[in-house]
Every structure is written in structure tokens, then in C-alpha cells.
Design a protein around this ligand. Structure first.
Ligand code: RB5
Length: 159
């Protein structure tokens, strides 16, 4: 699949990996939307997790990639946005299952815990694997804010 619009963001720990993945994404024929960070100066990962998530939620990007040292903090941030399903993946298997079972729309990577080749394998699989649907539809729909609101989850949380 080519011609996707891919939003990518990282903190300082993920900056170098982001740079490498951007080149790979462009070479594959996709459009890169880089939301930063732009260097190795220390920054706060939530700012870039939110920026990628917002681009996907707004329909400006088809998929998102978020990168920090472990991938944990920035995936937590992205998942706080409505209709974002950010999956922290460590290999092609987790990337494949994140698409097939969870219909993940954001890939989270930890630049300090996987190497560049592994990150590229995750990304290639993430971009080319389709959601399976079927038995997963009900479960994925339960992740949506609409479902939570219907069940009164939001109201209970707000009390
Ligand atoms: C930055 O030192 C580090 O905390 C961050 O990149 C990330 O790993 C947080 O989850």
C-alpha cells in the first residue's frame, strides 16, 4: 500500500529513529507529516503524542507513528484522544496483531528498546496489514468514546 498520509512524532529520545523512519516512509511512496520534535533537546513526550493523535483524529493523517524512549509514555498520551488506538509494538508479530485484532491506527515504538531494523519491520507490517473485522468488531467498538458514554462510564469517572 502506498500513498498514505502518515503523521509521525517523537520526543528527544525518539528523534533519531524518527529521522530514519521518515526517509523509509517517503521512499515507500507515502506522505510524511512530521509534528516534531526537531532535535535532540529535551522535550515532553505528551506534546508530540497529542499532536500525532490530533492529526489522525482530524482526518489529516491516515495513520500515526509515535516514538519515545520506551514508547510507553507517548502511547499513553496518544490513547487519551478519542478514537485513537495506539499500539506499542516490539516486533512484526505485535504490529501484525495490532492491525488484525485491534485495528490500531497509531504505532508506538520505543527507540531505546528496539533497533532500527526492528522498527522498520514493525512499521512495514503495520502499514500493510488489514484489520480482520468479524469477531473483533464488537471488542473494538467497546473501545470507542460513544460506547463508554452509552454505558455511563464517563459519568461515573466525572463524579
Ligand atoms: C525520556 O527520558 C523518556 O522518559 C521518554 O522518552 C519515554 O521513555 C517515556 O515514556
Amino acid at each position: 500500500m502506498s500513498g498514505l498520509r502518515i503523521a509521525i512524532g517523537s520526543d528527544h529520545a525518539g528523534y533519531q529513529l524518527k529521522h530514519a523512519l521518515k526517509r523509509w516512509i517517503a521512499a515507500e511512496g507515502h506522505v510524511v507529516i512530521d509534528v516534531g520534535t526537531d532535535g535532540s533537546d529535551s522535550v515532553d513526550y505528551p506534546d508530540f503524542g497529542y499532536a500525532v493523535a490530533d492529526a489522525v483524529t482530524a482526518g489529516e493523517a491516515d495513520r500515526g507513528i509515535v516514538i519515545c524512549g520506551t514508547g510507553i509514555g507517548i502511547s499513553i498520551a496518544a490513547n487519551r484522544r478519542a478514537n485513537i488506538r495506539a499500539a506499542l509494538c516490539h516486533d512484526a508479530t505485535t504490529a501484525r496483531l495490532a492491525r488484525e485484532h485491534n485495528d490500531a491506527n497509531v504505532l508506538a515504538l520505543g527507540a531505546r528498546v528496539i533497533d532500527e531494523d526492528t522498527a522498520k519491520a514493525c512499521l512495514a507490517t503495520f502499514l500493510t496489514t488489514a484489520y480482520e473485522g468479524g469477531r473483533h468488531d464488537r471488542r473494538v467498538s467497546k473501545l470507542s468514546p460513544d460506547h463508554r458514554a452509552q454505558k455511563g462510564v464517563m459519568e461515573r469517572v466525572d463524579q
